[in-house]
Write a protein that binds this ligand. Structure first.
Ligand code: PGA
Length: 263
């Protein structure tokens, strides 16, 4: 839909995988294999909370950013087990995934909670990566756009307008997460264009808000997905555990970014 050029953004989500030694090997491999030419591409890795210090230590001299997979909706207080946005910010976090479908389904997170989490992240100077997407049943009953529209609207309604440009959205069809079943580039593009329209109908500048695709992204399917006009990058789960594969996805994004800047 849009002709505006946006940087590509590739974010890995390690989920609840890893351990100190394994992480170190993964981070070292990522530093070795990530594209040297990062012009037009930003890369981030979202790790489990206990490994933020280790990740900060490993990546702080690199161009690769790091982040968390969730955050508390509260600022501070008696919330046993929760981690606040200011705590994450202490570790140099740039990206905070909020509303991942695993949190929505396993932890019954409501849209209002997700929106508050996004707001907390923004207030602490971090970038929320807000996940939206339909279930298989919703797709099969042709409710994808309706579902995604209400998810996007619920976030925008909670976030002050002057912060909208600091949001990142990730379209993650629930049926494609961890299933090996990717949305086709055309399916992804259709929903991304719809989200783009929703955003820019609220505020034209929102055409710049990155919209990532997530759901079984691999090095093999990344180039085609990145070739779509409104796919600005990827949120990568399983494939981010293999740093060579993840780096190859980042290289596909860098290749796409350089094609766009040359055109
Ligand atoms: P996947 O996960 O790449 O393993 O499908 C994506 C995600 O959960 O963000």
């Amino acid at each position: 839909m849009s002709q505006v050029s946006r940087d590509k953004l590739v974010i890995g989500n390690w989920k609840m995988h890893g351990g100190k030694d394994e992480n170190q090997r993964r981070l070292d491999a990522l530093l070795r294999h990530a594209p040297e030419r990062t012009h037009g591409v930003q890369i981030g890795i979202c790790v489990p909370f206990p490994y933020l210090a280790q990740t900060e230590q490993a990546l702080r001299r690199s161009e690769i950013a790091w982040g968390t997979q969730d955050i508390s909706a509260h600022n501070s207080g008696a919330y046993t087990g929760e981690v606040s946005a200011t705590m994450a910010a202490d570790f140099g976090v740039r990206y905070v995934i909020v509303g991942h479908s695993e949190r929505r389904s396993l932890h019954l997170e409501s849209l209002a909670t997700i929106a508050r989490k996004a707001r907390r992240a923004l207030e602490s100077g971090m970038t929320p990566v807000v996940c939206v997407g339909e279930t298989l049943e919703e797709r099969e009953t042709e409710r994808t756009k309706e579902v995604v529209s209400s998810q996007v609207a619920g976030i925008l309604d909670e976030i002050p307008e002057n912060l909208w440009l600091k949001l990142v959205f990730a379209y993650e069809p629930v049926w494609a997460i961890g299933t090996g079943r990717t949305a086709s580039p055309a399916q992804a593009q259709e929903v991304h264009a719809h989200i783009r329209e929703l955003l820019s109908s609220r505020f034209t500048e929102c055409v710049r808000v990155p919209i990532l695709y997530g759901g079984s992204v691999k090095a093999m399917n990344a180039p085609d997905l990145f070739g779509e006009a409104d796919v600005d990058g990827a949120l990568v789960g399983g494939a981010s555990l293999d740093s060579i594969e993840f780096a190859a996805i980042c290289i596909a994004a860098a290749d796409r970014a350089s094609l766009i800047s040359a055109s």
